[in-house]
Write a protein that binds this ligand. Structure first.
Ligand SMILES: Cc1cc2nc3c(=O)[nH]c(=O)nc-3n(C[C@H](O)[C@H](O)[C@H](O)COP(=O)(O)O)c2cc1C
Length: 191
């Protein structure tokens, strides 16, 4: 069902999660999806102990055979050109969740989401944030009630050491996308 679909994969600055999301992107390519990579500005320039920015860009460009979108200007045509069938934000930071819930469009990824939603097409969010049950819980609630927004099921990440932390189960991306394309939220959304 996903074969030949045009899939946007937008990564935001949950740096420790990006290495675990890369195999999921690889799997989409193997499935025959036409994957369009998008990085938030911070991800496109920041080297951390988890990932080197240049290496990530190179890996994604080789994997998808596309230039990575890293700016609002490059993301804007997603709307008028109806570039994507579905867009997944994996991982999605607390920062990006908060912006999406409140209509703020000041990054490549929030621009990609806004442009894509204009076309009445589905967006899948895979949260990974230490304030998921804290400052961002209200934003997750707002987004769950928003048209064309779907969540990858998530659970608590290290509940004893990080009491408000949430992380999506990224291995479920494909079935979540299939449901989202039928305008349904994959369940159970809480693991
Ligand atoms: C090493 C490192 C790890 C981070 N991990 C996370 C994370 O897992 N989740 C999160 O929401 N923010 C995390 N952040 C903070 C975000 O990168 C920061 O809020 C940034 O502004 C996000 O921008 P973006 O949403 O446009 O990518 C981390 C930052 C650093 C430097």
């Amino acid at each position: 069902m996903l074969k030949n679909l045009k899939v946007g994969v937008a990564m935001t600055g949950s740096f420790c999660t990006i290495p675990q999301v890369l195999p999921v992107v690889e799997d989409l390519v193997k499935e025959g999806c036409d994957v369009y990579p998008i990085l938030s500005e911070i991800v496109s320039v920041t080297n951390t102990r988890f990932i080197q920015a240049d290496e990530l860009i190179r890996t994604l460009e080789i994997l998808t055979d596309k230039k990575v979108i890293t700016s609002i200007k490059e993301a804007e045509p997603i709307g008028p050109n109806k570039l994507l069938d579905i867009l997944a934000v994996i991982p999605c930071t607390g920062n990006t969740l908060a912006k999406l819930a409140n209509g703020i469009t000041d990054s490549s990824v929030t621009m990609a989401v806004k442009a894509h939603l204009r076309n009445d097409r589905p967006v899948v969010l895979g949260p990974s944030t230490n304030d998921g049950l804290g400052a961002n819980l209200k934003n997750i609630g707002l987004l769950m009630n928003m048209k064309n927004i779907y969540f990858i099921p998530f659970n608590k990440d290290a509940p004893h050491s990080k009491k408000n932390s949430l992380i999506a189960n990224f291995e479920l991306l494909k079935p979540v996308m299939e449901s989202a394309l039928e305008k349904k939220q994959y369940q159970p959304v809480l693991m």
